[in-house]
Design a protein around this ligand. Structure first.
Ligand code: NAD
Length: 306
């Protein structure tokens, strides 16, 4: 079986490619990445062919996709603040890029396309937990581009009989997630500040909640999805239904490190949702054997990696 991972030099992608290592039946892995936010460092110990190029380039897609059984499409400009700064770039990479990937999958008769959407599509809809059939009310250009990703997947499944599996990821964290830039996610920012002895910067009051998901659990679900060729036209939340405030995250990190941490507050960020918690009934129905790491275990692994 040949697998293509777009965005495989990124955080989730490189963890996924590592998770495929040694899995019986996986003969070849191809990574297609333009290294815009991913890094060669992430590729170092991966047993995969690396194609350096953009998903917006059909020739690159043709090179990578021929004879692929599955494509895991993770490549994107992956952040709300980045999309506020440059909405068109976000749209090109995430919405147009997905369309290009689906077109190439159709050309090459790829058996299955797994796509990365995001909990951000729920946006302003206040209902908790987030069930996949809630009305999406995206709050940022990023969230709109992820909704477009799902919508194109649904259209390609219905019009061209392409097997798809759009996952909505919720605040994925773990080893390999970069910290040292303005758009870093909350867990690596906190861990890196704590290890450097700097105060942790909380956006807003810290009572906003997230369903933090360990990257190893995300990778394990995707590997299972590829091996069993699972598909679903409807998006599937990939998270475990926990609801942790940013303040509690600080407390968990204090417990892991065995010391108190200083925090400073700044105003809430535009485009951010207030609360997030997945309903994972659909995930458990499709992946009955799914297991999870606790937040504590995930933080310990992240601290050990940093
Ligand atoms: P990441 O930035 O580490 O990975 C994205 C990868 O895509 C990078 O390696 C980047 O170089 C590559 N890329 C970007 N534009 C490209 C293009 N035009 N052509 C080829 N490669 C390109 O981010 P991540 O956290 O690993 O996110 C992976 C996917 O999961 C993204 O689609 C993101 O939107 C989605 N997602 C992530 C989270 C999370 O919490 N990390 C939550 C929801 C959704």
């Amino acid at each position: 079986m040949k697998i293509v991972v777009t965005g495989g030099a990124g955080f989730i992608g490189s963890n996924l490619v590592r998770a495929f290592r040694g899995v019986p039946g996986i003969d070849e892995i191809v990574i297609l990445d333009d290294l815009s936010t991913g890094s060669e460092e992430n590729l170092r110990d991966l047993d995969a062919r690396f194609v350096h190029g953009s998903i917006l380039d059909p020739a690159m897609l043709d090179d990578a996709f021929s004879d692929a059984a599955s494509v895991v499409h993770l490549a994107a400009v992956p952040s709300v603040p980045r999309s506020l700064r440059d909405p068109l770039r976000s749209h090109h990479a995430n919405a147009t890029g997905t369309l290009m990937v689906l077109e190439a999958a159709r050309r090459h008769r790829v058996g299955q396309v797994i796509l990365a959407s995001s909990s951000s599509v729920y946006g302003r809809n206040p209902t908790l937990p987030k069930r996949e059939d809630l009305r999406p009310v995206p709050l940022s250009p990023y969230a709109v581009s992820k909704l477009a990703t799902e919508a194109y997947a649904i259209a390609y499944a219905s019009c061209f009989d392409l097997a798809v599996l759009p996952f909505r990821f919720f605040n994925v964290f773990g080893p390999g997630q970069s910290a040292g830039h303005a758009y870093a996610a909350v867990v690596p920012s906190f861990v890196s500040a704590a290890l450097d002895g700097r105060p942790l910067t909380i956006d807003g009051d810290g009572e906003q909640t997230r369903d933090f998901t360990f990257v190893g659990d995300v990778a394990a679900v995707i590997v299972d999805a590829v091996l069993r060729q699972v598909s679903s036209v409807d998006p599937v939340n990939l998270a475990f239904g926990s609801r942790t405030s940013v303040r509690r995250l600080v407390g968990e990190l204090e417990d892991v490190l065995g010391r108190r941490l200083d925090v400073v507050h700044r105003p809430p960020r535009a485009g951010d949702v207030r609360d997030s918690q997945a309903d994972n009934g659909a995930l458990r129905a499709l992946f009955p054997g799914v297991t999870r790491h606790t937040l504590r275990q995930g933080l310990e692994a992240t601290v050990a990696w940093m």
